[in-house]
Design a protein around this ligand. Structure first.
Ligand SMILES: [Ca+2]
Ligand SMILES: [Ca+2]
Length: 455
């Protein structure tokens, strides 16, 4: 039954799942426990929907009676039709807020991709978010609850697997880069660097024994060093209550992981070059998975007191073989690394191909620019020539200076029509008889002036 019951517990933080054996003084505390962060990108929406649903007496009752199959099949979601109008209104509001947030996400994504002035088809784009029904963006319906539960379950189940996968790729990339670096060195330097790597590896392996998570040795160390209690008085029930920090009666993933800090500090120190803090986080996750696998009997991703006490009765609780850390574990095989490297080469080739394509496009553009520049220059020269011709003195014989019709035209004096040439032979400036009338006026005026001056 490794399925959706985790929804009702891990996400919903339901009071129904809380064991009855809570200490009396804690029962009186009415402050609701802080729910743990699921890490989902719609965590807030999910949590708020749960909170609102919990305020409805009918739904709460149905949830208590529901089993994992009812939740998964969507039977529980149908109960939404019977919740109070007030609750439905609140849920509608939550959905509208979530849709609006998703729209902003889409907008930001499009802006980042420089896709401006594009008509956004929200209904279509919202389809990529599976945790709500995008067809109806205004009200929260049974379909929304069903999708929310199914999607969160799926995502949570994949969460750890995705993380391991990411870590594996990270480790392979690290090794790939190390090998490439070594390849780039000359013989002597390479040997030096190889020796240095070995030295760091050796140094990283030097640490106190790491106890198996969830074992008596491990818990006792926390009891003694973190809680400052006498190891001879170790009491599982007290231990459980001490580390149920939000007092909700169960140890969730974060509370469990907090128990491993002491062990992790034995191996990883952020000040050391040889200790990789990403490896430490992977180690923490592996430890949590190990405990959950052995202790979480009902597979709800939570450890209740009953499960915890049972785990302390197990044979391997007292067996102290220690824990195999990440560096002692084969995270990837040589074949996997080679496949990864081949993938990298393919990616690089593709990038190279695209870069080459861009380079060619750039060249073409440059050539086009050169052509345009040449055309521009030709045009400018033509304009210049035309202007020069315009300003040249008019040829006396009226012969066109150039072969072009325009030049022929420009070469002619502005006020003389071609036909005027017939009368020009007689109109030499030297011939007073045929001087233009204006010229006749001028001398007469100049003749008058001396007369005026004489008078
Ligand atoms: Ca807790
Ligand atoms: Ca459990």
């Amino acid at each position: 039954m490794h399925l959706t019951w985790l929804i009702s517990a891990a996400l919903l933080g339901l009071a129904t799942c809380v064991p009855i054996e809570r200490p009396k003084e804690k029962q009186e505390e009415e402050t609701p426990p802080e729910p743990s962060d699921t890490g989902l990108f719609y965590h807030r929406y999910l949590q708020e929907v749960i909170n609102v649903l919990e305020t409805d007496g009918h739904f709460r009752e149905k949830l208590q009676a529901a089993n994992a199959e009812d939740i998964k099949s969507g039977k529980l979601s149908k109960e939404l039709d019977f919740v109070s109008h007030h609750v439905r209104t609140k849920l509608d509001e939550l959905k509208r807020q979530e849709v609006s947030r998703l729209r902003m996400l889409l907008k930001a994504k499009m802006d980042a991709n420089m896709e401006q002035d594009v008509q956004i088809d929200h209904r279509n784009l919202l389809k990529q978010f599976e945790h709500l029904d995008p067809q109806n963006q205004h009200t929260f319906e049974a379909r929304d609850l069903e999708l929310l539960i199914q999607t969160a379950t799926k995502h949570l189940e994949n969460f750890d697997a995705d993380h391991h996968n990411e870590f594996k790729r990270y480790e392979m990339m690290k090794e790939h880069e190390r090998r490439e670096y070594l390849k780039s060195l000359d013989e002597e330097k390479r040997r030096e660097e190889e020796a240095r790597f070995e030295e760091l590896k050796k140094k990283h392996k030097e640490h106190p024994k790491v106890n198996a998570p969830g074992s008596q040795d491990q818990l006792k160390e926390v009891w003694q060093e973190t809680d400052g209690l006498d190891p001879n008085e170790f009491d599982p029930k007290t231990f459980f209550n001490l580390h149920d920090t939000n007092s909700d009666g169960v140890l969730d993933e974060q509370e469990l992981e907090a128990l491993f800090t002491k062990e992790l500090e034995k191996v990883y120190d952020p000040r050391n070059e040889e200790d990789d803090m990403l490896e430490m986080e992977e180690e923490r996750l592996r430890m949590r998975e190990h405990v959950m696998k052995n202790v979480d009997l009902n597979k709800d991703r939570l450890v209740n007191l009953d499960e915890f006490l049972k785990s302390t009765q197990r044979k391997d609780f007292n067996e102290a073989d220690g824990w195999k850390t990440v560096e002692e574990t084969q995270v990837y095989s040589e074949a996997e690394l080679q496949r990864f490297e081949a993938e990298l080469v393919a990616q690089e080739t593709e990038l190279g191909r695209r870069a080459e394509q861009l380079r060619r496009q750039h060249e073409e553009l440059q050539q086009r620019q050169v052509q345009l520049d040449a055309q521009k220059k030709e045009y400018q020269q033509a304009v210049l020539q035309m202007e020069q011709r315009k300003s040249q003195p008019q040829p006396e014989q009226g012969h066109p200076a150039g072969p072009g019709g325009e030049l022929k035209f420009q070469a002619q004096p502005p006020h003389a029509a071609p036909g005027d040439h017939q009368f020009l032979p007689d109109s030499h400036p030297g011939a007073p008889d045929h001087a233009p009338q204006q010229n006749q006026v001028e001398p007469s005026r100049s003749q008058q002036h001396p007369e005026v001056e004489i008078q």
